[in-house]
Design a protein around this ligand. Sequence first.
Ligand SMILES: Cc1cc2nc3c(=O)[nH]c(=O)nc-3n(C[C@H](O)[C@H](O)[C@H](O)COP(=O)(O)O)c2cc1C
Length: 151
Amino acid sequence: MPVEFRPPRIAVVIDKSTFTRELVMASGAFGLCIPGAGLADLTYAVGNASGRDGDKFSRYGIAVTPGPLLGMPIIEAGCAAWLECRLIREPHAEEAYDTCFAEVVAAAADDRIFSRGHWSVRDDNEVLHTIHHLGGGHFARAGDAIRAKSP
Ligand SMILES: Cc1cc2nc3c(=O)[nH]c(=O)nc-3n(C[C@H](O)[C@H](O)[C@H](O)COP(=O)(O)O)c2cc1C
């Protein structure tokens, strides 16, 4: 979730039992990739496997490019966006709530779905619609935008 816009900061829960957490704590950085609906199966697969049991990028044939600032493994194909993040150490939040804070130092989005600061969910960019895990491999797809009446 976003925590602040200027500077851009986020919070993310990364369980202390995961290999990801170990790598984030050791390197002080991570890449955050926002999968589109077209990657639901892959998202569920990598979320049910651990990098401790072997490199998930090669196991699932995931193409990565090094991020521009921190060299984090960034996935573009099928993702709506990615963010390169530098960890902000908050030991209490990490220990007590597995919550990690970070400053976003680089980011990009697929301009078919996000451009000039706005999301545009349409039928023709369905594969890039963001997905929200409902549990058990069920995802909600953010596929329909509604406009609230101005107050
Ligand atoms: C759709 C999905 C979403 C998940 N979200 C999170 C999450 O937000 N934080 C977390 O710590 N684990 C989450 N998990 C569980 C991790 O992906 C899982 O523990 C994984 O094995 C960790 O891999 P690693 O050991 O390579 O880091 C999620 C799993 C799935 C399938």
